[in-house]
Design a protein around this ligand. Structure first.
Ligand code: SF4
Ligand code: SF4
Length: 185
């Protein structure tokens, strides 16, 4: 594990419970412009995040492959969809989702943390960690999980805490909280 991931894991241990409590408090007492706050926070997250130094999602999680993903990747690899599934995927019993059999992902190059099928990677990978792609309120359960694995998700929540507590973005734009009461973290 590289030093920044090690440092991340330490921060997770210290903060994960309070971050989860914060997310729960947002579910109970949702700011009116929550999704705008998420977009503001996300704008601050990516300039500070280098996914090529991390790749923790590819190392520890599995994407969900849609039928379109399977078709596209199999064509790219010059094999049939059945061969692709047999070699690398497993079908989850409860959901019927196609997932990687093992981690790290077979398509991750451990030398440079690059994806060897980047152009045709699953849509789930292309969108991950879905910071502001969906309404935050509908995605809280995923953020609660992802703060443990994804430094970008962790930073998003870190920045959201500041934004929600102060009720202001960095440029001092108007109040966005529904109430004046500071959130208990
Ligand atoms: S397909 Fe590529 S981006 Fe997706 S988990 Fe595997 S290595 Fe990572
Ligand atoms: S999306 Fe998150 S876990 Fe994946 S490489 Fe970027 S920071 Fe790391």
């Amino acid at each position: 594990m590289n030093t920044s991931l090690r440092a991340f894991k330490k921060k997770v241990l210290i903060h994960k419970n309070s971050f989860r409590r914060f997310l729960t408090s947002l579910e109970k007492n949702t700011p009116r412009k929550l999704d705008q706050l998420v977009m503001l926070a996300e704008q601050q997250v990516w300039p500070e995040t280098d996914c090529l130094r991390c790749a923790n999602c590819c190392k520890t999680m599995t994407p969900t492959y849609t039928p379109g993903d399977i078709r596209r990747i199999a064509v790219h690899l010059g094999i049939t969809q059945d061969q692709f599934k047999l070699k690398w995927l497993r079908k989850e019993r409860n959901t019927g989702d196609w997932l990687n059999k093992s981690t790290p992902c077979q398509f991750l190059n451990p030398m440079d943390n690059k994806c060897s099928i980047y152009e045709v990677r699953p849509a789930d990978c292309a969108g991950f960690p879905h910071l502001s792609k969906k309404r935050m309120i509908d995605y809280m359960h995923v953020h609660k999980q992802n703060i443990e694995s994804c430094p970008a998700s962790f930073k998003l929540v870190e920045k959201m805490i500041v934004l929600v507590k102060t009720g202001r973005d960095k440029t001092g734009s108007p109040e966005v909280r529904k109430t004046e009461r500071p959130l208990e973290l």
